[in-house]
Design a protein around this ligand. Structure first.
Ligand SMILES: [Zn+2]
Length: 95
């Protein structure tokens, strides 16, 4: 008898045996006048674990410097708007 760990994407429910290419997604805010950062992810329930496909969908996947796409990325407002639209669509689908 052993322990079987599955990593499950909170958005699309993709599951896999390792945490490779799984990303913790949360919202943080910083201000240079204050030390540290204020994160909405202060508690584990304020973060979501997403698969690579989902983080790519919202252009959130960090890229190594040598592989960065130098085209202009979507603005924060567009990324946030897409996230909210996705959450509303999921909520309506689950009614
Ligand atoms: Zn996913």
């Amino acid at each position: 008898m052993g322990i079987d760990i599955k990593y499950v994407c909170d958005r699309c429910k993709h599951s896999q045996d390792t945490d490779e290419q799984m990303w913790w997604v949360s919202l943080h805010i910083n201000n240079k006048m204050h030390t540290g950062s204020y994160g909405a992810a202060a508690k584990p329930e304020h973060s979501k674990l997403w698969c690579r496909k989902c983080t790519d969908h919202f252009h959130l996947t960090p890229q190594p410097l040598e592989k960065r796409d130098l085209t202009i990325p979507p603005t924060f407002e567009i990324v946030l708007e897409n996230l909210i639209s996705d959450m509303v669509a999921n909520a309506l689908d689950n009614q």
